[in-house]
Design a binder for this molecule. Sequence first.
Ligand code: FAD
Length: 465
Amino acid sequence: MATPYNVAGSSRSLPNPTPCLSYWQRTTRAFPHLHENKQAQVPSKSKYVVVGSGIAGGLTAFELIEAGVNAEDIVILEAREAGSGASSRNAGHVRPDAFRGFSAYSKVHGEEQALKIINNERLVLERVDQFVKKHNVQCDFNLTTTFDVCMTPEFADYEAKSLEAFRQAGGDTSHIKFYDGEEAQQKTRIPGAVAAYEWPAGSSHPAKLTQFLLQAVISKGARLFTFCPATEVVQRTLDPVLWDVHTPRGTIAAEKIIHCTNAHAAQLLPALDPFMRPNRGQAQSLVPVPAFSGRGGLQSTFSLRYSLHHFYSLIQRQGDGTLVLGVSRSNPTLSPETIASRLSTDDSQYNEEIVEDALRTFGQIFPDYTSETAMHGEGLDHAWTGIIGMTTDSVPFIGAIESLPGQYICAGFNGHGMARIFTCASGVAQLVLGKSWSKTGLPECFQFSDERLLRLSSGDLPSIW
Ligand SMILES: Cc1cc2nc3c(=O)[nH]c(=O)nc-3n(C[C@H](O)[C@H](O)[C@H](O)COP(=O)(O)OP(=O)(O)OC[C@H]3O[C@@H](n4cnc5c(N)ncnc54)[C@H](O)[C@@H]3O)c2cc1C
C-alpha cells in the first residue's frame, strides 16, 4: 500500500520520513532505543497499542503501567526514530498560561472552562516538577519564573484586561507579579519593555524527557517499534471488539488503541481532518555572546509580545548556556509566503526569513546581544522545525472515541503540550482503564466526543494562540 507521507496542510498524512534534527535531537543521538526494533516484524497481537512515541505516547504507556497494566501487553508504534515529533523539536518551555488566554478561552468555552484550562496548566507545572524529582529524570528541568513582556502599550492594555477578567471570574493571581515601565525594564533587561508579568514556570530538554519515558516503559517490558507507522486501523471482530492495526511490518490485533499522533491524528481518524490542523513551528538555538554567558545568563524564561499573534519565546539553558528562540506562527513581520508555508507537515527544513526575523528582533529587544562582534562559534547555532497539532477550538482532543469502541485519543495540544500532557496522558490512561471522565480532573472542554466535532463543524472559532 502506498504510504501517504506529507499531504501539505492536512493531518491526513504520516510524518515526513526525512525530518531535520533539532538542537535537542542533535544532543541526544546516543539514546540506545533511538532505532528500537527498526527491522523487526510487529507481534500479531497486543492488548494495548499506543500510536506515537512523543511525550503523550510515552507518558500514556508509563501511566498505564503505573496503574497496573502488564507492560508486556503494550506496543508503541513510531513512524520515525524514537520521539521524533514535536516533543523533541519544541522550544523547551514548560510554561503555564497564568491568565493571558482567559478572555479568549472564555469566548470559545465559557468562563468556567476557561478558569479550568488555566488552572490545569498550573497543575501540569507542579506535576512535571514532582515527576522529575520522584523519578530523578535527567532532563535539565529548571523550575524558575517566566516573564510575559509587553513590548507595546496596546499589548500591555490587552494583558491588563485579561488579568482583570481572570481575577473577576475568581481566578487566583497570587502567584503573578506585575512590573510597569522602568521596573519592567530593569527586571527583564529589556529597555523597550512597556510592562511585564512574572509567574512560576520551567524549562527542560524535551528530548531527554521523552527518552526517559520510553526508556522507563521499555525497561519494564513494553515494546517500541520505530520506523513503523500505523497506516490503517480496521475492525477485526465486533464481539469481542478487536482492531487490526496495519503497519508495513505486519498487522497487530489490539483491544485498545491510544492515538498519540499529534498533528497526524486524522491519518488514522479521518473524521478529525477538518478539526486538527498541522502547523509548522520553528525554533533557533544560539550560542551566547559574552553578555549572556557566565553570570550574564538569563535566569527566567520569556514570552516577548508585540501582540497576541506576534511574539517570540526564549529560554536560556542553565547547563550549556544555549539560548532557544521560538517565533510565533503568524508573525505579521513575515512575508505572506512564509506565513502560508507554515501550514505544512514538512519538518525536513527551516525557513531562512524566520531565522533572520528572529535574530534581528532578538538584537532589538536585547541590545546587549551584539552579534556583530561575535567570535567564531558564537551566535546562531542551529534552526529546525516541528509540526504542531492545532485543534479548531484550541484545546486538545482527549478520551474515548465512542464511535470506535476501544479507541482513545490524546492529541492536539496547540503548541502547549509541555503545559498540558502531564495531566492529559494520565487522564487518558485512567479512561482506558474504565474510570469516568470526572476522575481525570481535566477541563470538560478537552473531552473528545462526536458532539464536539459536530459543534466544531458549524464554523471556525477565534484562534487563541
Ligand atoms: C517548534 C516548536 C516549538 C514548540 N514549543 C513548545 C514549548 O516551548 N512549550 C510547549 O509546551 N510546547 C511547545 N511545542 C508543542 C509541543 O512540542 C507539543 O505540544 C508536544 O510535543 C506534543 O506531544 P505529542 O506527544 O502529542 O506529539 P509528538 O511529540 O509530535 O508525538 C507524536 C508522534 O507520533 C508519531 N506518529 C504520527 N503518526 C503516526 C502513525 N500513523 N504511526 C506511527 N507514529 C506516528 C510522530 O512521528 C511523533 O513522533 C512546540 C512545538 C514546536 C514544533
